[in-house]
Design a protein around this ligand. Structure first.
Ligand code: ATP
Length: 700
């Protein structure tokens, strides 16, 4: 259930007010919206003649506010003309406080006339004549509220209470009016809506029929999402819609909230789901899958440090291993996958740069071999899927580039051949059933364009994206930009139709930490994920050193090159390949639990140490937002942080208010997934922080 918490109260120094129509009460952001049935009520307050009066086609999907303003200014102009003989040709008429929901035939509740000196306001009949002209033109009786004749002004108000205004001047009436204005604005003035109310007068659903002229424009998913976001900015709670495009209907409903943690469930493998790797859940409780049978064979998780990338990939590794398929992992940070070193069917956890390069070469060779087998009659359906994880891919790529600069031999190409192999794996590995899974800190231009991007069947972004990141990952500047940043595992994944949905990825514990902390609930999750048997034994990668006899040619001359050593690396079944992790062992019996790599006797190259430093720096970096700055509310953008009620919240959608001219409606989410709405005067100065784009681009 979406937490539509009360919008933060205004800062004392500002004129921020909760939206809620002209009365300015807290209709918007009025607290959590509860589930439950509610009465269906027809509103349809725009009379049928709307259609006839406004013969002009709807301007666009957005057009109601302009249309309403033009009808109001028509009344003002009409009055100005009609009053000219009494008030003077240059008299100024100002109408305000328009009666609620009278869009076709608008009536101001206040009229101010600034008349010219030549007006005969000394004549007792003059005021009567003015009232009579105004009454006839507007279609309602008015009375004099004030007449400071020395200032040549007369102020009129509607005689008697406006029935409609009185009838609707309740929180529910005002909210309904706001919802109605929103629907008319977004879906055309001929649309008709029914409103569904829950307990405590909470608006819970809106059923709308819209005209075909609008339907044509809604074929664009982006347009539909934009409408859902504007509705979220205008009304309490976070909204989405089910669109029935054929019937020109939409059902708006409150988004259910996602849980903060979902334990990785025990896999139950069937023929139907064997090739569908579950990764988490959506707000509807549906499972998100990486579908290995999709035409695009590879996957990617993107997320800044701490957002849950490793946990996510760990879950994928365990699902592969459980299916008895081999997993090869490149772990440039050298400790992320230490915990699965002794996990059955995890064959390789490559931590030095040389091991990582050798692993990629080996995957490429396997692919070439499988292609040859297909060419000579093998059936690719008989191949077993292989998972190749390339975590921290941007770091890996720059480490390979550095390594090549230091180690390439005379006559070697300028670019390390590994990159060609990765490209080739990206393009061709589908038939060979070799599935690459990339982990990256940021949406990376080089990954997300070209052959790798073109072959990503599953994408997952964790944490909050910048506008550019959202464009790169999801092709839309707002998807993922308001994801709560303090809920690890929260992000955007692809649903079964390949569309981005907010999701919570499974909590898959790191066995190393679970054993160290003896956390029984985590150990239980891991016991459920532990494969029943070892089908693929652990491999050690061995490199012949420079003075090995292997490198001597017939003439006794050394042919050794560092690159040669990598491509000739031997993959040997590890001496301890039959040992598997013991999830019931006491901590001291476990040798995988605590040891950082240095203490395992692994010799690190200079470059590996460099890599350590690079990644450590990344871990301590602050957020990606620039310093606080003051801007008027109408310059606040989606994705900005804005300071409301002593906390920074992220703007989900900021839009000119559809009901109140001169106001900005803004929906927000906090780091902990509270949500609310607030209305601000357009010129009100607010503290904001804007994301700084994107250090990553400099690297690439
Ligand atoms: N899906 C999840 N559910 C619950 N908690 C999670 C989830 N994912 C991550 N966490 C929590 O967040 C912490 C950081 O997660 P993780 O190590 O996966 O982040 P990361 O993005 O890989 O960061 P880094 O790049 O620094 O390794 C975990 O130790 C865990 O406490």
């Amino acid at each position: 259930m979406a937490q539509a918490t009360a919008a933060p109260p205004r800062k004392p120094s500002t004129s921020t007010s909760h939206t809620g129509g002209r009365a300015g009460t807290a209709v918007i952001g009025a607290g959590a919206v509860l589930a439950g049935g509610g009465a269906l009520m027809m509103v349809g307050d725009v009379p049928a003649q709307t259609v006839a009066v406004c013969a002009a086609p709807p301007l666009a999907v957005v057009g109601f506010a302009r249309w309403r303003a033009s009808r109001r200014s028509r009344v003002t102009n009409d009055l100005t003309q009609a009053l000219a003989p009494l008030a003077g040709a240059a008299a100024v008429v100002k109408c305000s406080k328009w009666a609620r929901r009278e869009y076709v035939d608008p009536k101001p509740q206040r009229i101010e006339i600034r008349y010219q000196p030549e007006a005969r306001d000394g004549d007792p009949k003059w005021v009567e004549q003015v009232l009579s002209v105004v009454g006839a033109r507007v279609g309602h009786d008015y009375e004099v509220d004030a007449h400071p004749s020395h200032r040549k002004r007369i102020l009129l108000t509607q005689a008697g209470p406006s029935e409609k205004a009185a009838e609707d001047d309740t929180p529910r009436g005002r909210l309904q009016e706001r919802a109605e204005v929103t629907m008319l604005e977004m879906l055309g003035k001929e649309s008709r809506a029914k409103y569904q109310w829950g307990k405590d007068e909470n608006l819970e659903g809106i059923e709308v029929r819209y005209p075909d002229t609008v339907a044509v424009k809604l074929t664009s998913r982006m347009k539909r999402q934009q409408i859902e976001r504007v509705v979220t900015a205008m009304l309490p709670g976070r909204w989405r819609a089910q669109w029935d495009l054929e019937a020109s209907r939409a059902h708006f409903e409150l988004r259910p909230a996602l849980p903060e943690g979902v334990s990785h469930p025990k896999p139950v493998i069937t023929d139907a789901n064997r090739y569908r790797i579950p990764t988490g859940v959506t707000e509807d409780g549906d499972t998100t899958f990486w579908d290995l049978k999709s035409t695009l064979p590879h996957g990617l998780t993107n997320g800044k440090t701490g957002t849950g990338k490793t946990v996510d990939i760990m879950g994928i590794v365990m699902e592969f291993a459980f299916r008895k398929w081999p997993c090869w992992i490149s772990d440039p940070k050298q400790i992320e996958f230490l915990g699965v070193k002794k996990w059955p069917n995890v064959q390789i956890v490559a931590i030095t740069i040389e091991q990582q390069m050798a692993m990629i070469v080996r995957a490429w060779e396997l692919m070439e071999k499988r292609y040859t087998q297909i060419a000579t009659g093998a059936d690719e359906r008989d191949f077993e899927p292989l998972l190749v994880v390339l975590d921290e891919f941007a770091d890996l790529r720059s480490a390979i580039t550095h390594w090549w600069a230091e180690n390439k031999h005379k006559g070697a190409p300028a670019k390390c051949p590994i990159f060609g192999m990765i490209g080739s794996l990206a393009r061709k590995a589908r038939s060979a059933k070799i599935h690459l899974y990339f982990g990256t800190q940021r949406p990376d231009a080089e990954i997300l364009s070209g052959e790798v991007r073109d072959n990503l069947g599953f994408r997952h972004s964790l944490g909050r994206l910048s506008v550019d990141g959202a464009r790169m990952m999801w092709g839309a500047p707002y998807i993922g930009t308001s994801v709560p940043s303090k809920i690890p595992g929260r992000g955007i994944a692809m649903d079964d139709e390949g569309e981005p949905v907010e999701s919570q990825s499974y909590w898959t514990p790191d066995p190393r930490r679970a054993l160290r902390d003896r956390k029984e609930s985590d150990l239980e999750i891991l016991r459920n994920l532990l494969p029943e048997e070892i089908t693929h034994k652990r491999l050690d990668i061995e490199f012949d050193d420079e003075d090995a006899a292997t490198w001597l040619d017939e003439g006794g001359k050394s042919t050794y090159t560092p690159w040669g050593a990598i491509i000739e690396a031997t993959f040997r079944t590890a001496g301890d390949a039959d040992e598997i992790i013991d999830l019931d062992a006491e901590p001291e019996e476990q040798d995988v639990a605590d040891d950082p790599p240095e203490e395992m006797g692994v010799e690190f190259s200079r470059l590996d140490r460099h890599l350590h430093l690079v990644t450590d720096d990344l871990e301590t970096e602050d957020d990606d937002y620039g310093p606080s700055q003051n801007v008027p509310a109408d310059r606040i953008k989606d994705g900005d942080l804005v300071y409301l009620d002593d906390q920074w919240v992220v703007v989900e959608c900021a839009e000119a208010d559809l009901e109140d001219d001169g106001m900005i409606s803004l929906s927000w989410r906090s780091d902990e997934d509270e949500a609310g709405e607030v209305a601000l005067d357009a010129d009100e100065v607010m503290d904001i922080r804007r994301i700084t784009e994107d250090k990553d681009d400099e690297q690439n």
